[in-house]
Write a protein that binds this ligand. Structure first.
Ligand code: DAH
Length: 359
């Protein structure tokens, strides 16, 4: 009956024999090695070892042999069958290994494609502007100096000609640090204290700029941050004039903003300079007609400047009869927003990568 016919080769097996077994084993071995995947192997396994396999047919036929031959051939047949089982298992293990490797390869996530590539990043806009300003002043022969962000009352106020009851102090609402006596240590409200450290060093002449962070109890708005960056300048030499100061400010504003932005000095007051001036540039957001960023006046105050007050030189041990100088200080964050037409200074500190990546 067709259903009972062994499937391997499609030809009903002859009676079991050693030669027949050896040939069968060789054939199964070769076909198992050729099985290309687990489905093909499963089909071969059914064909070689299943109910309708030659092995099974031969096993049944053993019953017709005499006792001694049945035992001898039966043993050979069983051993051959065990070897075929072992080869099927070995081939299955090999194919499973291949299948696993293929799955791993197919399922591998190429994260460099799936995720947005973050790239190496770049310096924050304010740092870029700070470095550009440093370069401009280095080009004019200045050195770069840095102070600390925590200062004593002496350096932040008193040595800058602002004794304890001086009204100008109240213009710089401060964050005091719980150190020392009373309110004597604070987060610096400006970079001007670094002037005092440089003067105390006693190495004259001085041509220096001093960039860094400063802190004030200000409410943030479009043009103010409570933590912001300033760059201070100090020149002390013999025979320095207000003309040198005006020329220096003019040179730097042109270098940073180009010729299309207007700059002006207007009389001002700072305890540590005499005479003093404030310097403004025309607002780059509205072109000088007035907007939210410049509070409608068309100008943005960048900073203050003036001739170093003799009292400041004296408090730091420098003879005001022999030396004179000018100083200036302005906000780097303001330079950044004016340079790039950024309407709101708070964007600089909101850490929105979509904004920051644009610069
Ligand atoms: N320290 C001042 C401030 O933060 C700015 C300033 C004004 C600095 C005049 C100076 C200067 O060096 O001469 O408001």
């Amino acid at each position: 009956m067709n259903r009972k016919r062994p499937v391997d080769g499609g030809v009903p097996p002859a009676a079991p024999s050693r030669a027949g077994l050896a040939a069968l084993e060789a054939e199964t071995g070769a076909r198992l090695e050729a099985a290309g995947d687990l489905a093909a192997l499963a089909a071969l396994e059914a064909e070689f070892l299943g109910r309708r396999s030659t092995f099974n047919a031969w096993k049944r036929m053993l019953g017709g042999l005499d006792e001694a031959e049945r035992r001898a051939l039966g043993e050979v047949l069983n051993e051959a069958r065990r070897r075929v089982v072992a080869r099927v298992e070995a081939r299955r293990a090999a194919l499973e290994g291949l299948a696993r490797a293929e799955t791993l390869e197919a399922d591998r996530l190429d994260l460099t494609e799936v995720l947005p590539v973050p790239g190496p990043g770049h310096l924050h806009l304010v740092t870029q502007i700070r470095e550009e300003l440093e370069d401009i002043f280095l080009g004019m022969g200045y050195e770069i100096a840095e102070g600390s962000e925590v200062e004593t009352d002496w350096y932040n106020f008193t040595a800058l000609n602002m004794p304890p009851d001086h009204p100008a102090r109240s213009g710089q609402d401060s964050f005091y640090v719980d150190l020392g006596d009373g309110e004597s240590v604070l987060l610096r409200t400006h970079t001007s204290p670094v002037q005092i450290h440089l003067l105390e060093r006693g190495e004259l002449p001085i041509y220096a700029v001093m960039p860094g962070l400063v802190y004030r109890r200000d409410t943030p708005d479009a043009s103010h941050l409570p933590v912001f960056h300033q760059i201070e300048g100090l020149v002390v030499d013999s025979g320095v004039t207000f003309g040198d100061l005006a020329g220096t400010i003019g040179t730097f504003t042109k270098a940073v903003f180009g010729a299309s932005v207007a700059a002006r000095l207007r009389p001002g007051y700072f305890p540590f300079t005499e005479p003093s001036a404030e310097f403004d540039i025309s607002c780059t957001i509205c072109g000088g007609v007035g907007c939210r960023t410049c509070a409608g006046v068309g100008w943005i105050e960048l900073g203050g400047c003036g001739m170093v007050h003799p009292a400041v030189l004296e408090s730091s041990g420098v003879d005001p009869e022999a030396w004179s100088g000018f100083a200036f200080g302005f906000g780097i964050d303001r330079v950044a927003i004016m340079r790039h037409g950024i309407e709101d200074m708070r964007s600089l500190v909101e850490n929105d990568v979509r904004f920051l990546a644009g610069f």
